[in-house]
Design a protein around this ligand. Structure first.
Ligand code: PHE
Length: 458
């Protein structure tokens, strides 16, 4: 109370106060909340399934370590130095280093990418909410394959239902973001992430009791190198980016609320490990159920929305397990979606007279409106094509193929090539020898890795 009054007074004097995380731990939980999302629980398992199991997993782990980690550190470092939204931060830093003003494009592309992704991320968040409702009301009990498929297709075919769930999801996201860095972003993650962890442990424990567990473990961890194609490597790298929330201004924005007390390399290691462990656990929760029912692990995006309900439907106590699973999916989606909105909110808040709440509402409603166009591309507007892609696919491709790699590349290149090296070494608290390793990775390995993916995806 006293603290908030002091802040309020300071805010009244200074106009607007730039928020800060309450502590190192608060920051890490929020960053893990951002990283752990639909990417971990929905996308990672089906990508593993489609790309042939453990070979994909191992390449993905290498990508996280060699490319994801350095870029996460670069984005935080930039954000922390700027203490502003990604656009102003990049402009300020470029000026102070006597670099081209064009570097501001990194901040613009990132903020735009986060905003665009949020519009369709919220649609999928809505599917998760719809399925949570179905699970809790026992809809899956005794369901057969055709009905499970029809349930999902039916959801995609009804704009009204999709709109209702998308709206609810976005309302939750806007409500949280409007409450600010500490009271909104950080608090939501502090509440939801432990719940997510607990649910995941219960589901994995259940998986261990099924006779599909052994098959799931070997599926995830014993590689069949014949299945390792160029395409699999690219998919793994792309996913490493997405799952760590890179290239969207998100980690820059989160870095802008950081103080000097945080060791960026250590924090990045914690976030990367937590994100990876949760993705693998999601696999250990899902695949035992899939295998013990003799279902197809390579079902693609329908894996959690069609295959799993089918499996849950055949279990006694399946409604409870299914409810837990979809609650997990919703929690993961919410703590990521709030981070996607943050860069745009921070930008609007700092560059217009709008308050935090005004900025949250304005940007959130804009993303919501764009999301409507995205959800219509599954039904009423499925024949509205932009260069042969639906609006949903266009948003997905535009962001994942262009904006993300270019922003990530820009961030790491700026830190590795444009900032004063001694100051970076000191800020990362590295010995001269360790810094040499960082330097090679940051200057060459990570940027070249990103470039390869970018060029190949074109
Ligand atoms: N990392 C999140 C996930 O795995 C997605 C995300 C990307 C969230 C970018 C925020 C920013 O689902």
């Amino acid at each position: 109370m006293a603290v908030s009054m002091v802040q309020g007074a300071a805010g009244a004097i200074a106009g607007k106060v730039h928020g800060h995380w309450s502590s190192r731990m608060g920051f890490i939980i929020a960053a893990v909340g951002s990283a752990v999302g639909l990417g971990n629980v929905w996308k990672f398992p089906y990508m593993v399934g489609q790309s042939g199991g453990a070979a994909f997993v191992l390449v993905y782990l290498a990508c996280i370590a060699l490319i994801g980690l350095p870029i996460i550190v670069a984005e935080w470092l930039i954000g922390r130095r700027g203490q502003k939204n990604p656009v102003n931060t990049m402009a300020d830093l470029a000026r102070s280093q006597n670099r081209s003003p064009a570097w501001v494009a990194v901040g613009i592309a990132g903020t735009l990418a986060g905003f665009l992704i949020l519009s369709f991320y919220s649609v999928i968040g809505g599917w998760s909410l719809a399925y949570l409702g179905d699970a809790a009301s026992g809809t899956f009990a005794g369901i057969d394959k055709a009905t499970a498929g029809a349930l999902f297709d039916g959801l995609l075919a009804s704009p009204g239902t999709l709109l209702a769930w998308h709206t609810l999801f976005m309302a939750v996201v806007i409500g949280i973001v409007c409450r600010g860095v500490r009271g909104g972003l950080e608090r939501a993650s502090r509440l939801l992430m432990p719940a997510l962890g607990a649910i995941l442990v219960v589901l994995v424990a259940y998986g261990m009791t099924t006779d599909g567990f052994g098959a799931a473990v070997s599926y995830l961890f014993s590689p069949d190198w014949n299945r390792l194609t160029g395409e699999v490597v690219l998919a793994a790298l792309g996913h490493a980016f997405f799952t760590l929330s890179l290239g969207m201004g998100v980690m820059m924005a989160y870095g802008s609320y950081l103080g000097q007390e945080v060791n960026l390399l250590r924090a990045a290691r914690t976030v990367a490990i937590a994100d990876t462990v949760i993705a693998l656990f999601a696999g250990l929760a899902i695949f035992p159920i899939v295998f013990s029912h003799g279902l197809d692990a390579a079902a693609g995006p329908g894996l959690v929305f069609v295959t799993l309900p089918l499996a849950f439907g055949g279990l006694s106590g399946g409604s409870l397990l299914a409810s837990l699973f979809f609650a997990l999916l919703v929690f993961a989606a919410v703590t990521s979606a709030i981070s996607l909105l943050e860069p745009a909110v921070e930008l609007v808040e700092e560059r217009t007279p709008l308050s935090r709440v005004g900025a949250g509402l304005a940007t959130g409603l804009a993303a919501w409106a764009l999301g409507i166009v995205a959800l219509l591309s599954f039904n009423a507007w499925s024949d509205v094509l932009i260069f042969g892609n639906t609006v949903f696919d266009t948003l997905d491709k535009l962001t994942s193929k262009f904006l993300l790699p270019l922003t990530g590349l820009g961030a790491i290149a700026f830190v590795a090539w444009c900032l004063d090296r001694e100051s970076v070494r000191a800020e990362l608290r590295l010995s001269p020898t360790a810094f040499r390793v960082w330097d090679v990775v940051a200057r060459f390995v990570a940027p070249i890795g990103v470039l390869i993916v970018f060029i190949n995806s074109l």
